[in-house]
Design a protein around this ligand. Structure first.
Ligand code: HEM
Ligand SMILES: *[C@@H]1O[C@H](CO)[C@@H](O)[C@H](O)[C@H]1NC(C)=O
Length: 320
């Protein structure tokens, strides 16, 4: 016993010293918790399934939560930190405030995961798994999620404001926002297919349904019924009015029919560089599903810069 302890002490110390000398890059692995928390994936799924069944939009909200986490200093659960007197979190950034939802579902998963495997599974990994399950529970594809992320001890409201693209974005600025994260235009267009599920507030598409020429008139009139020219800013509309809660390729068939809801959506099919890919995805759901899954894994590989202080949070809303 004593010898074993001494040996592992030496090993751990050696690793710690190594990590101080070199950036200790967490290499993600689909087997990361195979020994330390073998049931983590079934626990996540067991909380996600009833949550999405009770409210399909929750699936969409969790997918978006993952995107908004990863685009701000990597997938590090920074978006989950509540504001405190000494920490300004990301929840009140422009793109997140009164908009991002699903924090309670992540809390519920974390509580069950902690009960099974104390202080082992990061909140960032839980979000990545929950987003994968959300897509699949809405009848979209599934994939293996590389794991081993850590939770940041910092958050950045200013980075959230700077890095998350807005609904008025041009095609060029969308390409640039994703390129800044090492994602190609093709990956940007594939990831945008997440807008085949979920809801949008009137204030984000009003300008388009009342003012833009490249919109199907029947569609514009239908959206105008619940999104008046003045007032009703928070009224919700589905991105996809045919199959609003199904993760299919309808986002792209809608774009080809000039039924993109936000300006930024229709920018992907407006005579520009992504038109061909949008047509391809609109005609082939399998190619879209495969590209989407790959791009989610790649986006999920965005990690905090070396040197960022991290930990496995015990409560996703606060530092240990
Ligand atoms: C390409 C640039 C993108 C822009 C400009 C954008 C913008 C937006 C906006 C403005 C909303 C509505 C927010 C509200 O009404 O409060 C929204 C919703 C949503 N976004 Fe995006 N988004 C983009 C990319 C993505 C990506 C890459 C994903 C995921 C992979 C995603 C997933 C979603 C989902 C699922 C919803 C619905 C959420 C819900 O119903 O709660 N978006 N997005
Ligand atoms: C607009 O969409 C409707 C289906 O709702 C379709 O019947 C109509 O032909 C479309 N209009 C144009 C100009 O494409």
């Amino acid at each position: 016993m004593g010898l074993l302890f001494a040996r592992s002490f030496v090993l751990v110390t050696a690793l710690l010293v190594l990590c101080l000398l070199l950036p200790c890059h967490a290499k993600l692995s689909t087997k990361f918790y195979a020994k330390t928390c073998p049931n983590v994936e079934s626990i996540v799924r067991a909380v996600m399934a009833p949550a999405v069944a009770a409210e399909p939009r929750m699936g969409a909200s969790i997918i978006r939560l993952f995107f908004h986490d990863c685009f701000v200093n990597g997938c590090d659960a920074s978006i989950l930190l509540d504001d405190t007197p000494t920490l300004t979190g990301e929840k009140n950034a422009g793109a997140n405030a009164n908009s991002v939802r699903g924090y309670e579902v992540i809390d519920a998963i974390k509580t069950r995961v902690e009960a099974a495997c104390k202080a082992t599974v990061s909140c960032a990994d839980i979000v990545a798994l929950a987003a994968r399950d959300a897509v699949n529970l809405l009848r979209g594809p599934t994939w293996k999620v590389p794991l081993g992320r850590k939770d940041s001890r910092t958050a950045s409201q200013s980075a959230a404001n700077a890095n998350l693209p807005g609904p008025g974005s041009s095609a060029a600025s969308l390409v640039a926002a994703f390129a800044a994260k090492g994602l190609s235009a093709r990956e940007m267009t594939a990831l945008s297919g997440a807008h085949t599920v979920g809801r949008v507030r009137c204030l984000f598409f009003r300008g388009r349904i009342y003012g833009e020429p490249n919109i199907n008139a029947t569609f514009a009139a239908a959206r105008q019924r619940t999104c008046p020219q003045t007032g009703g800013d928070s009224n919700l509309a589905p991105f996809d009015d045919q199959t609003p809660d199904t993760f299919d390729n309808a986002y792209y068939t809608n774009l080809v029919a000039q039924r993109g809801l936000m300006h930024s959506d229709q920018e992907l099919f407006n005579g520009g560089s992504q038109d061909g890919l949008v047509r391809k995805y609109s005609g082939n759901a399998k190619i879209f599903a495969g590209d989407f899954a790959k791009a989610m894994v790649k986006m999920g590989g965005l990690l905090p810069a070396a040197g960022t202080p991290t930990e496995v949070r015990l409560n996703c809303r606060m530092l240990n």
